[in-house]
Design a protein around this ligand. Structure first.
Ligand code: BV8
Length: 244
């Protein structure tokens, strides 16, 4: 249900009394900054193409030009975005552990450090044949489809985790450890349908953490939330994270 003064106060108290707090974030955290989410019906790219297809090795094999055009559009959109009040509220709480599914750099630019990134970063491209060649991207002027200039064996693709690709082992084990050893697990801005990332929510719950969900709409986390605050992350997070 929509966040009320009572549920906001209850969440703020749980956070105040929390000893080890994790914040698990998805695309809804960056939505108030103007960055398109994955599954919200949007305009342009989101409605004409299936992100699940474009963010996959199969989609890249089928039409690398279209995939890199989709990433170029997303990169330009992110280049124009600034951290919003939710990112800044998180940056004011360095005691919180940040686990994100997002590939943008808005948490970093807000001032968060040690971010556990489950799905990589969109600000680089690497050789799809894994020769080791990596390039940082000018997000204001992103490149299109091109072959790896080092080995030429494959195209250059974003340094993100596509559907069907394994998550970075180090980030995943850090995230599992944090989820299993926290007492408060805040879930913000995610439909909670992408695995294994979404499985962290249940893992935290099974380990005894209190789960607070902050989301615009009901999500895959609604059923296991101890407290669900429906609304915009940039309005709710500053309220519940304020110290004192
Ligand atoms: C893997 C990078 C194995 C790319 C992304 C178990 C069960 C079922 C399926 C699977 C499973 N295990 C694996 C799978 C398959 C698949 C999967 O989960 N499929 C699902 C969708 C059916 N998972 C995988 O393929 C994963 N890989 O498991 O590999 C393996 C192991 C060993 C060796 C080889 C292989 C890889 C998944 C990673 C995919 N890559 N992104 C890119 O960005 O281009 S995932 C993509 O979805 C984004 O990263 C995004 O972060 C993520 C989750 O989406 P959300 O962040 O939740 O965004 P969404 O749009 O869905 O929702 C936004 C929410 O925000 C909404 O609820 C909305 O209400 C809310 N909102 C909007 N505005 C606001 C707001 N909330 C608050 N305030 C607002 N203002």
């Amino acid at each position: 249900m929509a966040a009320t003064a009572e549920t906001l106060a209850a969440a703020a108290r749980i956070v105040r009394e929390g000893k080890k707090i994790v914040c698990f974030s998805g695309a809804g955290l960056s939505a108030p900054s103007g960055v398109g989410t994955f599954r919200d019906p949007g305009d342009g790219w989101w409605s004409r193409h299936d992100p699940m297809k474009l963010a996959s090795p199969e989609g890249f094999a089928e039409d690398p030009d279209l995939v890199m055009k989709w990433y170029a559009a997303r990169r330009r959109q992110m280049a124009e975005a600034d951290p919003n009040a939710a990112h800044l509220a998180l940056a004011h709480r360095p005691d919180l552990i940040q686990i994100t599914q997002n590939t943008d750099d808005l948490l970093d630019r807000a001032g968060c450090t040690d971010i556990i990134r489950l799905h990589g970063s969109i600000n680089g491209d690497r050789c799809h044949a894994n020769c080791g060649h990596v390039e940082m991207i000018d997000m204001h002027d992103p490149p299109g489809h091109r072959s790896c200039p080092c080995c030429g064996a494959a195209g250059m693709r974003p340094t993100v985790v596509w559907f069907g690709e394994a998550l970075p082992a180090g980030a995943w084990s850090e995230a599992e450890d944090a989820a299993r050893n926290c007492d408060v697990f805040i879930v913000v801005g995610t439909s909670a349908v992408v695995y294994p990332a979404a499985g962290l929510i249940a893992a935290a719950g099974h380990s005894g953490a209190t789960i607070i969900v902050v989301n615009r709409d009901p999500s895959g986390a609604s059923e296991i939330a101890h407290l669900e605050l429906l609304g915009s992350a940039d309005e709710i997070l500053p309220e519940i994270l304020a110290e004192g």
